[in-house]
Design a protein around this ligand. Structure first.
Ligand code: ZN
Length: 132
């Protein structure tokens, strides 16, 4: 089963918690045990797993990435979004999560975040679920 999650970001840099959207796809599939792939088909966005309980963590990650990879710099790419391409590579385009008894097998504090690095835009994340 494959399904797209549509995401409308509001800022240039933004982490959107998509954990409940992914869980909804699993619920809809009826699959109790298997693997869930989350893939982001964009070159200036990514997907990561990190703490969702304290929103300061996502902010700290974004702020630190922006400090390390400034928006303006000596980049060769002339679109003005090289920083977003680099951040996308650091975050990565996919995550794999085990499905156990119908639930994403995440740690207590973990959430899945869509990472926007060149928003605001209409984006999507593709969720593929495979049964055991
Ligand atoms: Zn570009």
């Amino acid at each position: 089963m494959v399904k797209n999650i549509n995401i409308k970001t509001k800022s240039r840099n933004e982490f959107v918690d998509i954990t409940s959207d992914i869980q909804a796809v699993i619920d809809e599939s009826g699959i109790r045990n298997g693997v869930c792939y989350v893939y982001v088909p964009h070159t200036t966005a990514g997907v990561t797993i990190n703490e969702g309980a304290d929103p300061s963590v996502a902010r700290d990650i974004q702020n630190t990435l922006s400090k390390l990879i400034p928006h303006s710099g000596h980049y060769l790419h002339t679109e003005g979004n090289s920083d977003a391409h680099i951040k996308s590579t650091i975050a990565g385009s996919s995550q794999v999560i085990v499905i156990d008894e119908g639930k994403l097998l995440l740690g207590t504090w973990q959430s899945v975040f869509f990472c926007e690095f060149d928003g605001p835009r209409h984006r999507r994340a593709t969720v593929k679920i495979m049964k055991d």
